[in-house]
Design a protein around this ligand. Structure first.
Ligand SMILES: C[S@@+](CC[C@H](N)C(=O)[O-])C[C@H]1O[C@@H](n2cnc3c(N)ncnc32)[C@H](O)[C@@H]1O
Length: 650
């Protein structure tokens, strides 16, 4: 046998708290469901531990109410599980047919949640009762332990969504449009009485023809299921019908009721409970008859004649009967007893029954149980035993001990009546085996159901997570798309800028070519100039040094280029002249120096004109240009010209 799981003390404390505040005892409800419900509330109230949640329950009575409401799962619909309703229609039509005209048809929907089931069965019954509207002949009781659910049921107004499982025809016939959806027609509402009732602890409704208690037992443990079934047995009229939920295969129900449609969990109350003690006559054939002993009758006397008759009755009775006096001595041992135990009445008469050690009669039965009956503490006692007969199957007997009363009702001793229950016992054993198997199958089914439910919940959670991940991905995607769009725009802009740059580039290349050509012409011109031409950058470094400069100033272009002019030692340009040039250029002024005497590179002296011009464009100093023109010949020609003019004058 599977050992019970250890008690979860925090869960117990939570259930205890609920019991204190709401007087509702969930301790015999299935733990797995309760745990899941508590976990949900913990998640909703952001409590990470059971201890934290318990503390919340301590300070907030509203949370206790919410928890109770959440633990009483009220999932329901109109005509839930349609194929069951097809069977129920048949059951109700049958009841209506068999009903006496004045007899009220009484139906109880126990655990009816928000009333859909109670109204559904009222509609079915109204339809079975035939044309015209149901009157006082129909009474439906709808009960639930949840007050809010019952209050909702009483209003009898349902949304179109809640009525989805109700056919169009029934909707049209039994409902009228109302604000918020549809209202149950008053003819049906009149027949349904709603009330708060705990089917475990409150008094059951009585004299019921049909009880619907569907999808309630799945939440209860086996013990509570048995208790509730016993109450339903009591509440039902003889031949009354009980319908449980599709997933509620409860072995005990089949013990108490006759299954009518087991797959749909429909049972009938028959007389089987009362039949448990029905006598059986198999004992008669258990062993060979032995010579019966008798008390000598006196047939002449009328009382003796009666005694003889009684004796014959007793001896003809198939059940073994033994009577003892107040001291336990045997005063009667009928023929069936003689046959069963193989002893004659004469043999056992007067002897104490307890001392005979008759097989199948236990010491407990003969001593303790018999003493209880004898002392009046028990009306009757029952003991089971087995007899092993030579060459035959063992016989199981059930012995009933009752007081033996005299005519004046005084206690005269005890009467032991044995029944052969071999067949019953083997049937019971078979039934027990079948029940155990059913129980096991049920347990397996329940546990796989729970696993499936848990897996389902996990799937739901995963699904929710996936959905949220999906939403995030969609958001990211949208962001990426917009970034992409921006990138495309930027790309287009870049492409157009690129095209513009290309055009500019081409223009620049063209300009460069022009510039190159210009530069080439310029350089050629500069090189060809007869004046020595020197170009300086803003820092005084030489960037141009033409052929005339080479000739007049005595340095080759290669020697001069890149040098700082002011640091060079050039014979034609004295240090003082260089200093003056530098001063003027630093002050951005032009220097023109005529008839400068200078030393030629090969040693002679000459005259020259020097011009130093700062190169300034838009107030930016680009450097300077220095022109050095040899005027030696010009000067001598001018001199000669002057002398010739003088001579001509004289
Ligand atoms: C899942 S609903 C079933 C509703 C309806 N019978 C059906 O099958 O559609 C279970 C109902 O049983 C009720 N319930 C649970 N324990 C109960 C109890 N001890 N007494 C009465 N009703 C109870 C709950 O409040 C809930 O409304």
């Amino acid at each position: 046998m599977a050992s019970k799981p250890p008690r979860d003390s925090e869960l117990e404390a939570i259930l205890e708290k609920v019991r204190q505040v709401r007087s509702f005892d969930f301790r015999s409800y299935k733990r797995a469901t309760l745990q899941r419900r508590i976990d949900r509330r913990m998640a909703a109230t952001h409590c990470r531990t059971r201890t934290a949640y318990l503390a919340l329950l301590e300070r907030d009575a509203n949370e206790v109410n919410t928890l109770v409401s959440s633990m009483l799962i009220k999932l329901t619909t109109f005509f839930r599980d349609p194929e069951v309703w097809t069977s129920l229609e048949k059951v109700v039509r049958d009841m209506v047919r068999k009903r006496r005209p004045e007899q009220e048809l009484r139906i109880w929907s126990a655990g009816c949640a928000t009333g859909e089931e109670a109204y559904s069965i009222a509609i079915i019954a109204a339809e079975a009762l035939g044309p015209g509207l149901p009157g006082t002949e129909l009474k439906v009781f709808g009960t639930d332990v949840d007050e809010a659910a019952i209050a909702f049921a009483r209003r009898g107004v349902y949304t179109a969504q809640q009525l989805e499982s109700c056919s169009k025809e029934r909707l049209a016939r039994w409902f009228v449009p109302a604000s918020g959806g549809y209202a149950v027609r008053k003819e049906i509402r009149r027949t349904v009485v709603f009330g708060v009732n705990n089917l475990v602890s409150d008094a059951p409704v009585s004299r019921i023809d049909l009880i619907l208690c569907r999808n309630v037992f799945i939440y209860l443990d086996a013990e509570l299921q048995k208790r509730s079934l016993a109450r339903f047995h009591f509440a039902l009229r003889q031949e009354g019908v009980l319908a449980l939920g599709r997933s509620e295969l409860i072995p005990f129900a089949a013990k108490l009721f006759e299954p009518v449609d087991l797959t749909r969990r429909i049972y009938r109350k028959d007389g089987r409970q009362e039949l448990t003690w029905a006598p059986q006559d198999r004992v008669i054939h258990a062993s060979e008859p032995t010579e019966p002993g008798r008390f000598p009758p006196d047939a002449q006397h009328p009382r003796d004649a009666q005694r003889v008759l009684l004796r014959e009755v007793l001896d003809s009775h198939p059940c073994p009967v033994i009577a003892t006096d107040n001291e336990g001595g045997i005063i009667l041992f009928n023929q069936a007893a003689a046959r069963l135990w193989g002893r004659t009445e004469a043999d056992v008469s007067g002897k104490r029954l307890v001392s005979l050690a008759l097989p199948g009669l236990s010491q407990d039965l003969l001593v303790e149980q018999s003493a209880r009956v004898k002392a009046g503490r028990s009306e009757r006692e029952v003991g089971d035993g087995t007899l092993k007969l030579l060459g035959a199957e063992p016989v199981a007997i059930r012995v009933l001990v009752v007081p033996l009363r005299s005519v004046s009702a005084d206690a005269a001793g005890l009467l032991y009546v044995a029944h052969d229950v071999t067949t019953l016992r083997s049937l019971e054993q078979n039934l027990q085996l079948a029940n155990d198997e059913l129980n096991n199958a049920n347990l397996r089914l329940q546990s796989s159901n729970e696993e499936m439910r848990a897996a389902n919940e996990e799937l739901e959670t995963t699904n929710e997570e996936l959905q949220s991940a999906n939403e995030e991905l969609q958001t990211t995607n949208e962001e990426l798309q917009s970034t992409n769009e921006e990138l495309e725009t930027t790309n287009e802009e870049l492409q157009s800028t690129n095209a513009e740059l290309d055009a500019t580039n081409r223009e620049l290349a063209h300009r460069t070519q022009e510039m190159d050509a210009l530069s080439f012409c310029q350089n050629t011109i500069i090189r060809a100039l007869s004046e020595g031409t020197v170009v300086l950058d803003p820092t005084g470094h030489i960037s141009t040094w033409n052929l005339a400069a080479e000739r007049l100033l005595g340095l080759t272009e290669r020697e001069a280029l890149g040098q700082v002019l002011w640091t060079l030692s050039i014979p034609a340009l004295s240090r003082s002249l260089l200093t003056r040039i530098r001063k003027h250029l630093t002050a951005n002024r032009t220097l023109r120096q005529e008839d400068v005497s200078y030393q030629l590179p090969h040693g002679g002296r000459g005259r020259a004109t020097l011009v130093a011009i700062p190169l300034i464009m838009d107030s930016q100093v680009l450097g300077a240009i220095i022109l050095f023109e040899d005027t030696t010949r010009l000067n001598s020609l001018t001199q000669k010209n002057r002398e010739m003019k003088e001579r001509l004058k004289t």
